[in-house]
Design a protein around this ligand. Structure first.
Ligand SMILES: NC(=O)c1ccc[n+]([C@@H]2O[C@H](COP(=O)([O-])OP(=O)(O)OC[C@H]3O[C@@H](n4cnc5c(N)ncnc54)[C@H](O)[C@@H]3O)[C@@H](O)[C@H]2O)c1
Length: 265
């Protein structure tokens, strides 16, 4: 019997794939035998990762300089992926940024920038992924959303607004493309407590804001999770591989929580 969970010999493009969660997802896709194009603002880092994955896993790879807010660059990146792979089966819209703060102090341009990258960037990525998938009437588009796409997040209004919008976009595209063989879903991770976002910035920010230590901040966020641990890259990767594979062929328009029970809607 064919393994419906297999994505071997398929091809994927992942945005924001040079670092953090995206880097791990790119590696997991390659491990599964899937060709992978790594599109990122950090072009050199993406290129180096592409070369390593090709060597380590023997799959075709490509590093692409890409700012997801620049439609011409995104279009060129998808065209380059098609030229290299011949077809695109999977797109993971992972690129994202986070800026937070109380509403009264929130710089409007910062707020706009979060929406521009996390929501408009997803739209531009989706537009070109769908453009190259439509002729084959087949494809899986996966957005990396967040638990903040399901529930408001204090002093995090830009990020939550963009992620809520991302679920609206996911559902709308799922309806638009249901009869075209293209499935559109999102994964909503909980807090990735070992990611650069937390380690390099959020622990320090929150420790200062609340007058507690960074270790206490981590404990506070761990305690909020029913399973009492942070989300790992591998937790998210398992859901991404499932959504990319034929095992999820009857699923579209879903936003799957990977939160240790923290979010249930
Ligand atoms: N870290 C967490 O706790 C967490 C939790 C839930 C969801 N997420 C989501 O996971 C995704 C990845 O987050 P992360 O923690 O790995 O972040 P990260 O900052 O470590 O990595 C993001 C990557 O995206 C790239 N990027 C940023 N702006 C870009 C742009 N305009 N065009 C192209 N690439 C761009 C960066 O260069 C970087 O390589 C994001 O969508 C984020 O919202 C993260």
């Amino acid at each position: 019997m064919a393994n419906v969970f297999s994505i071997q010999e398929r091809t994927a493009l992942i945005t924001g794939g040079a670092q953090g969660l995206g880097e791990h997802l790119a590696e997991r896709l390659a491990q599964e035998g899937c060709g992978v194009a790594i599109a990122d603002l950090q072009a050199e880092q993406g290129q180096a990762l592409a070369e390593r994955l090709a060597q380590e896993y023997g799959v075709p790879t490509l590093g692409l300089p890409m700012n997801v807010t620049d439609a011409a660059q995104v279009a060129a990146g998808f065209d380059a992926a098609i030229e290299k792979f011949g077809r695109l089966d999977i797109c993971v819209a992972n690129a994202g940024i986070l800026k937070s703060g109380p509403i009264v102090e929130f710089d409007v341009n910062d707020w706009r920038q979060v929406l521009e990258v996390d929501l408009v960037g997803y739209m531009i990525t989706a537009k070109h992924a769908v453009r190259v998938m439509l002729p084959r009437k087949s494809g899986s588009l996966i957005q990396i959303n967040s638990k903040s796409g399901k529930k408001g997040s204090a002093k995090n209004s830009a990020y939550a607004s963009s992620k809520f919008g991302g679920i609206g976009l996911t559902q709308s595209l799922a309806l638009e493309l249901a009869e075209e063989g293209i499935r559109v879903n999102a994964v909503c991770p909980g807090n990735l407590l070992d990611s650069p976002l937390w380690v390099n910035s959020l622990y320090a920010q929150y420790a200062k804001r609340w007058g507690i230590s960074e270790a206490e901040v981590r404990q506070r966020y761990t305690d909020q999770v029913p399973m009492k641990r942070g989300c790992t890259y591998e937790d998210v990767a398992n859901a991404v591989v499932f959504l990319a594979s034929d095992a999820s062929s009857y699923m579209t328009g879903q936003a799957i929580n990977v939160t240790g029970g923290q979010e249930m809607h």
